[in-house]
Design a protein around this ligand. Structure first.
Ligand SMILES: Nc1ncnc2c1ncn2[C@@H]1O[C@H](COP(=O)(O)OP(=O)(O)OP(=O)(O)O)[C@@H](O)[C@H]1O
Ligand SMILES: [Mg+2]
Length: 272
């Protein structure tokens, strides 16, 4: 096991889009994430999730507070260096394409970072295989379906081999099967390369894959705990399917365990 080192440290982060307004979009947010950790960020529309991840990659500038990535304090000078370590995939893939073929597009970031040809080709092929888009390598990305575009955008980030990958509702366009496949790809990548994953999502089954869930409300963090603890203690969130099933079975007099179960645990229990 790799020593648990902090890779992201956010301290007292405060931000507003419009300085003329008094209300803050994010107020005094603090948390830290360890290398290799998987953190899900959840919360209602407009609670500040996307704003937070944009700040983390330096697309927005904090009004107050600090962000430290891998020991480097994020600022105007360091943001380029930091962006080599942290990759962000947005929810809308339309605005993320630059290349004229899928392969060029995935290679784009690498070309700009002095990765040699052989290595680049290998990384691009591997990333496209990861997202099951290798057959489309010579296609025009603008002609792909929404979900296919999103998978190419994810490949573009994977090829970069970032230390941290942030997915802001990046799975919304994907069909359930691709979603499951990509989640297991991420799990595998994390096990093999110890990458840190941040997923912003409204899908509680997806959030349940994380080690930790950060719940946001009106620009503040209102909960930061394990999925087990969050789903047992937050009435607002609709729980993952396995948890809903556990409660229903309990209500109907079945002798289910009293605490939260993951999908795997539920399947094991049901098959006993
Ligand atoms: N570019 C912008 N300019 C001004 N205000 C913005 C901008 N982007 C977002 N906001 C406001 O900031 C607040 C937080 O928005 P944000 O996009 O971070 O929410 P979110 O949690 O990602 O929501 P969703 O779940 O809908 O994606 C909202 O009130 C939103 O209206
Ligand atoms: Mg958002």
């Amino acid at each position: 096991m790799v020593a648990e080192e902090t890779i992201i440290e956010v301290d007292n982060l405060t931000f507003r889009y419009d300085l003329r307004k008094v209300e803050h979009t994010l107020s005094a947010i603090s948390f830290s994430i360890k290398q290799g950790e998987w953190v899900a960020i959840v919360g209602g529309n407009g609670s500040g999730k996307s704003t937070l991840v944009r700040l983390l990659v330096g697309l927005l500038e904090a009004e107050l507070g600090t962000i430290t990535i891998d020991g480097v304090r994020l600022n105007e000078e360091t943001k380029w260096e930091i962006r080599k370590k942290i990759g962000l995939v947005f929810q809308n893939p339309e605005n993320q394409f630059i290349g004229t073929t899928v392969q060029d597009d995935v290679a784009f970031g690498l070309e700009n970072n002095n990765v040699g040809y052989e290595e680049m080709k290998q990384r691009v092929d591997e990333a496209l295989r990861f997202v099951d888009m290798d057959k489309y390598w010579d296609q025009d990305p603008s002609r792909l379906s929404g979900g296919q575009k999103q998978r190419v955008a994810i490949a573009g980030i994977l090829a970069f081999k970032p230390h941290v990958i942030i997915l802001d509702e990046a799975f919304v366009m994907l069909d359930p099967k691709s979603r499951k496949q990509l989640l297991s790809t991420l799990k595998k990548l994390r096990e093999e390369n110890n990458i840190t994953i941040i997923t912003v999502t409204h899908d509680m089954n997806e959030a349940a894959c994380a080690d930790r869930i950060v719940v946001m409300d009106q620009g503040a963090i209102i909960q930061d705990s394990t999925p087990e603890h969050v789903f047992m203690n937050n009435e607002q969130l609709s729980s993952p399917f396995a948890e809903q099933l556990r409660r229903k079975l309990g209500e109907n007099g079945s002798n289910v365990p009293q605490s939260y179960m993951t999908e795997d645990e539920m399947v094991k229990w049901l098959c006993k």
